[in-house]
Design a protein around this ligand. Structure first.
Ligand code: LLP
Length: 425
């Protein structure tokens, strides 16, 4: 799963003792394991190797430059969704021909930026966007490659906020309109519309919807071929699950079993856009207990991380395993499961100090008895963690640290109060 493990009763990231790291860097603190990032990237690359895919890591899930550089070094391309992410990809030294640019709201300035940067693929999401793209490409004398984002109307069985491939969402063009789209724009001189892009949604826990969507897409590609329109590439998006709870999600091989046999021998260039499956278990959030509040209807562990640092529980009711970094005497190593209850457990809500009822990291958690100053780890926080953080309540964002074996590096310093007012008159 990852390289976060208890050694002599203390949680380590690879060979780094996390109590020592927290003492050196403070809390709240995001800690990433380089070995885990590599492991999950390579698992995906190996599982899909028969298709020789370009793996475009979704920058939106984990955007730190040091991490993007690490993945670029392994051969990753990137999925980007804004001018800012194009900028990040360039700063990380990405091969821009391996960058796919998605998003329903690309502005003229962003499209011009992407054309100048030479991004490999524009994932186009509407008729008007296509017309704007070809107009701007002509204006600056460039050509571009594009994939049409198709909405296959397949349910990935995830939270409605992270469902994208169902009819009625704002994403892509419905399959029944896509044929007409290609008939209209498939022979454009400035923008070669030769790909299709599908992203079903995020954080699902079954691989079958991928097979279902791909079958629909391949039938569509065959229909286009009969009209003399050749599809050269398929970008099959992201959304591959990760284990918030042990064994909860299909592995890279299980996804590959749905996808590889259908695509093998089709001669299509394949792109994949995983974010969560690579980053999720490569990061944790360390936080320390400020106060314990007992005696009321519920018990609370009030910690120094908040919804500003990790908004997923507030936004999606997401479940992250939370556990002390140092195990008490006689305490077993935990299983990262909802039903894990340690001896002598006390049930607490783990909450932050923001003035919102939705500011919680975990509810009704059976934890060993806690005391002020105890360090807790919020697991599986690498993806959609720090990237979604905010300065709400004027709280500086947390620092990020990258661990490699027994060494660590601060890859983003903790924000200061001056960062809070930067840019203000
Ligand atoms: N490609 C496209 C076009 C996407 O929109 C996304 C995610 C991905 C790839 C990567 O998906 P992944 O493999 O990471 O699931 N904030 C939410 C997730 C939103 C995902 C948005 N799009 C969360 O915290 O769960």
């Amino acid at each position: 799963m990852d390289y976060f493990a208890y050694k002599s009763g203390v949680l380590h990231c690879e060979d780094v003792d996390l109590t020592a790291l927290a003492a050196a860097c403070g809390t709240p603190l995001y800690v990433y394991s380089a070995a885990t990032l590599r492991r999950h990237y390579l698992a995906m690359a190996e599982a899909f190797a028969p298709l020789n895919p370009t793996i475009c890591f979704a920058i939106k899930s984990l955007a730190n430059l040091s991490i993007l550089r690490l993945l670029a070094g392994l051969g990753a391309g990137f999925d980007v969704v804004s001018g800012g992410e194009i900028f990040r990809a360039q700063k990380a030294g990405a091969d821009m021909s391996k960058v796919a640019y998605a998003g329903v709201g690309k502005t003229d300035a962003e499209i011009l930026q992407a054309l100048a940067a030479g991004v490999g693929w524009f994932n186009v999401e509407s008729e008007q966007e296509f017309e704007n793209l070809t107009r701007l490409a002509r204006q600056v004398g460039k050509t571009a490659s594009a994939a049409l984002r198709i909405n296959p109307d397949v349910d990935p069985h995830t939270h409605h906020h992270t469902t994208t491939g169902k009819k009625g969402t704002k994403f892509g063009v419905d399959l029944d309109r896509a044929e007409e789209f290609f008939a209209r724009y498939g022979r454009d001189a400035n923008v070669r519309l030769t790909g299709i892009h599908v992203h079903l949604g995020s954080a699902g826990h079954t691989a079958e919807p991928y097979g279902e969507a791909l079958t629909k897409c391949l039938a569509f590609i065959d229909r286009l071929a009969k009209k003399g329109l050749t599809i050269e590439a398929i970008n099959f998006g992201g959304g591959y699950g990760a284990d918030y709870e042990e064994g909860e999600s299909p592995t890279a091989q299980e996804y590959a079993r749905q996808i590889v046999p259908l695509l093998a021998g089709r001669g299509l260039k394949v792109l994949l856009e995983p974010g969560r499956q690579i980053g999720c278990n490569a990061g944790i959030l360390l936080t320390s207990v400020q106060y314990l509040k007992t005696g009321g209807e519920k018990n609370f562990a009030i910690v120094d991380a908040t919804m500003c640092d990790l908004i997923r529980p507030a936004l999606y009711d997401a479940w992250h395993f939370i556990y002390p970094v140092r195990l008490g005497a006689g305490q077993p190593e935990p299983h990262r499961r909802r039903d894990f209850t340690p001896p002598g457990a006390i049930t607490v809500d783990v909450v932050g100090g923001v003035c919102e009822g939705s500011d919680f990291l975990g509810k009704d958690r059976p934890l060993p008895p806690l005391k002020r100053g105890d360090l807790l780890a919020v697991f599986s926080a690498g993806a959609y963690g720090h990237v979604m953080s905010s300065q709400y309540n004027a709280r500086p964002r947390a620092a990020e640290v990258l661990v490699e074996d027994s060494a660590y590096r601060i890859i983003r310093r903790r924000e200061t109060y001056d960062d809070l007012i930067r840019g203000e008159e």
